[in-house]
Ligand binder design. Sequence first.
Ligand SMILES: C[S@@+](CC[C@H](N)C(=O)[O-])C[C@H]1O[C@@H](n2cnc3c(N)ncnc32)[C@H](O)[C@@H]1O
Length: 472
Amino acid sequence: MARLLTHPTIDWKEDGTPVAREAGDVYFTAGDGLAETRAVFLQGCGLPEAWVGRDQFTVAETGFGTGLNFLALCELWQAHRPAPAAWLHFVSFEGFPLTPADAMQALAAWPELSALAGRLLADWPEPIRSVHHLVWPDLGVTLTLHLGDIHDTLPASRFMADAWFLDGFSPAKNEEMWAADLYGLIAERSQPGATIGTFTVAGAVRRGLAEAGFDVAKAPGHGRKRQRLEARLAQPPAPKPDIYGLRALPAPARKIAVLGAGVAGASAANALTERGAAVTVFDPVGSASGASGNPLALLMPRLDAGDTVQARLLIDAYLAARRTYAGMIGGHETSVRQMPRDEAERTRFAKLLADPPLPLEDLEAISGGGLLHKRALILEPARIIADLLESVPVQIGPVDVSLEARMVNGEAFDAIVLATAMETNRQLDWINLEGRLGQVDSVAGAAPVEADVMASGHYALALGDQRLWGAT
Ligand SMILES: C[S@@+](CC[C@H](N)C(=O)[O-])C[C@H]1O[C@@H](n2cnc3c(N)ncnc32)[C@H](O)[C@@H]1O
């Protein structure tokens, strides 16, 4: 299995309908696709009525395709958001992501969705086995898009859906998306009473859903289609042991203290604030004062030769960090020339390049057995932190913490986040963290240059008139 995913080849019918050549089926019918989405999936799942009174609602989908279903759902959520602070979580699965150009051409058919489509296209996923996560705080919408074959990604996913859109290509043309083993996984990830909408009434689909505990009923189809399916989870499967405590998530924390105003604390505070929490950051010295006080930092991927869970996590983290920092004034796009530091690394780089985990836009071979990481970033941590904390209250000065009482400086919180590096040992002595000293040297006032980086175990950064050399 290649580490990179392949884009589908799209043929366009005269009326603008996109057809996946390999699957031999359409993503939607031009002219009627949006109306069909609304009838089959939105009404089919009883939306918007089903989310009335809810402060969180999760919709899952098999087959993200052009994102049309997602955008139509967002539009409905915008018009019928059940409360100003309510959140819609959309979890989708896609094995063959469209190119941004094809997605743009497909979505151009729906001018009424153009504002939402523009936002989605601005962050369109690359063909990387990863989890693509978008948060739109103003709408109260998150998108979690699992990229990879659904038989890998659905078993590895964790969520509980209130509604499902089953939207693989037709079962006759795309058996994989309707395979018998998927229905049990769908039921396991469904709340009791969860609804399903789909366009197909194929017997195998009806039987699969019924065997997994769904009540299944045919409903009048949309347009030229005679029938469609609606289903509701009547008999949830017996829950499996919840060894990680993921199912019984406590009520979301609303009032949160973040200790430490470095990159980690500022990122946590920013993400929690975006999701509607009331966050206060505490730091005894000031923001960007510990290791985040280095004048420059480097964001580049750490790529493992094997396609392991850990390797994928590191890639997810890199892509998410890059998306977060790229628009900020303290983030400067650059290329990193990474040369192997020894024979073992030369072999690892060669293995990576033979089956690269990132596309050519991100990663290329260079002479000498090196890697060229494109679209990496040099960061100015102080500016990044100031940007992340722009709308978050920060208290500088002595910090008096009682973790057991969840009190900070005499104030009670629902949760306390420790982003305090080595200081964490003082709050949690059993955690026994051991520090490693790093080393950096920097100068300012050199001849101005474009952002540039060399790495080989150690690294050297240049940005404007600044230079920085680091050991870690
Ligand atoms: C009908 S299209 C989905 C249309 C989409 N919901 C939309 O709003 O545009 C079916 C999708 O299923 C995807 N797909 C097919 N087989 C898959 C598999 N084994 N794993 C994951 N996705 C798959 C296809 O690439 C395609 O994007």
